[in-house]
Design a protein around this ligand. Structure first.
Ligand code: CTP
Length: 384
């Protein structure tokens, strides 16, 4: 979680900044909106405070708030010029002068204003100071002109913000492959054999790894929750698709975390059409799938960290996880007790035991994003 100063200047794209604010808050960031008087002609500061869940009365030194990132979206031609020349005539431009650290600017203006040499020079000045620009995009502007000038899409702005924040994270430069969710193995055109995994734990791990600066690929098996922004999502609904992608992409990953509940068995034959109901029974022959984790363990490249999950029950289950640790050539096993109803599957909480070569440690019941942080702390230790 980072503190982000969200500067909103006075252009029609200010309404899209509401979505930027919402996405940042949703990603867990502490957003401090800095709305210029010009922007208030389009959207009120009240709207942003509500979205950022901040109290109505802010202190008079708001522009001096220390933050991890300054994001200006939209940045009008006027505000861009002020930023380039160091003017400080409103809460946003004052904050820009006081801010130390990464800054991201999303210009939004008429295409003729964007292409004017004065604006080009101002944009270049900002870039030369190490400020990142996202957009503007090409397309139709609000006034109906075509060209480059539209503000970048909120998702792209938030992804760029996450990239900047991640640039200083402990996992920067590392590539992390994470599987999440539960595979579904077709019996016929509409039915499948599946499991109760929602993908929350794997998605929390992907978000946390991204936050720590890693390049993250998420193999999503029927996720019930959205993939985090800034993460590459590859859909792998069946065990066979997950196997293909994991083995192909696993070679290049510094860390592989198999959080998905991969089916151990699949129907030996899947009917191409829906089987109509009749009076007789239906026996489905199941065949074993490939153990992806074990195969990754066999093929691992030196230095790679391999993490497996062990979904099992009680003390005996924990014992089996200990056996798997050596049997599968895995560095770290995350054991969670699927016999308990207050954690795991559909729950937002989890409680796990981490098992590796150095011993065992139980992480007390906590929200899945905190559990994800504890798992990645351990991965970082293993990476050395
Ligand atoms: N896994 C896998 N490929 C499979 C099945 C499971 O890679 N076909 C991975 C899971 O992603 C998880 C780990 O193996 O990281 C453990 O899965 P689990 O079902 O708990 O244990 P199994 O190894 O399948 O052993 P068992 O079912 O006998 O307990």
């Amino acid at each position: 979680m980072a503190r982000i100063l969200l500067g909103v200047s006075g252009g029609i794209a200010a309404y899209k900044a509401c979505e930027v604010c919402r996405l940042l808050v949703k990603a867990g960031h502490d957003v401090v909106p800095l709305v210029t008087p010009g922007a208030e002609r389009f959207v009120t500061a009240e709207t942003f405070r509500a979205l950022a869940r901040r109290p109505p009365a802010e202190d008079i030194y708001l522009h001096l708030t220390r933050a991890d990132l300054l994001l200006v979206a939209p940045c009008t031609a006027n505000t861009l010029a002020k930023l380039a020349h160091g003017l400080a005539d409103n809460v946003l431009t004052e904050a820009a002068l006081a801010h130390r650290g990464p800054a991201l600017v999303a210009p939004a203006m008429n295409p003729r204003m964007w292409s004017h040499p004065a604006t080009r020079a101002n944009a270049e000045t900002l870039r030369s100071r190490g400020i990142t620009l996202v957009g503007p995009d090409e397309g139709e502007t609000a006034e109906g002109e075509l060209g480059v000038g539209r503000m970048a899409e909120p998702e792209d702005i938030v992804a760029a913000a996450e990239d900047l924040l991640a640039g200083t994270g402990p996992l920067r430069g590392k590539s992390v492959l994470i599987s999440a969710g539960g595979t579904q193995e077709p019996i016929d055109a509409v039915r499948f054999v599946g499991n109760r995994s929602s993908g929350r734990m794997g998605v929390a791990l992907a978000a946390e790894a991204r936050r720590r600066g890693a390049r993250v690929t998420l193999l999503g098996a029927n996720l019930a929750v959205e993939a985090p922004l800034g993460v590459e999502l590859v859909k792998t609904p069946t065990a066979s698709e997950l196997e293909t992608e994991a083995l192909a992409r696993g070679v290049e990953a510094d860390v592989v975390i198999m959080a998905a509940a991969v089916a151990d068995y699949r129907p030996a034959e899947a009917l191409a059409t829906k089987r109509p109901k009749d009076r007789s029974g239906w026996t489905v022959q199941l065949e074993p799938t490939t153990d992806v984790l074990a195969t990754l363990g066999e093929r691992r490249v030196p230095g790679q960290i391999l993490v497996g999950f062990a979904a099992d029950q009680g003390e005996r289950g924990l014992e089996r996880a200990r056996e798997k640790l050596t049997g599968k050539k895995v560095d770290l096993f995350v054991f969670n007790d699927v016999g308990r109803t207050d954690i795991g599957f559909e729950s937002t909480d989890n409680e796990v035991t981490l098992l590796d070569g150095s011993g065992e440690r139980t992480i007390a019941k906590a929200p899945k994003d905190e559990i994800a942080a504890a798992i990645l702390d351990q991965v970082e230790r293993l990476l050395g």
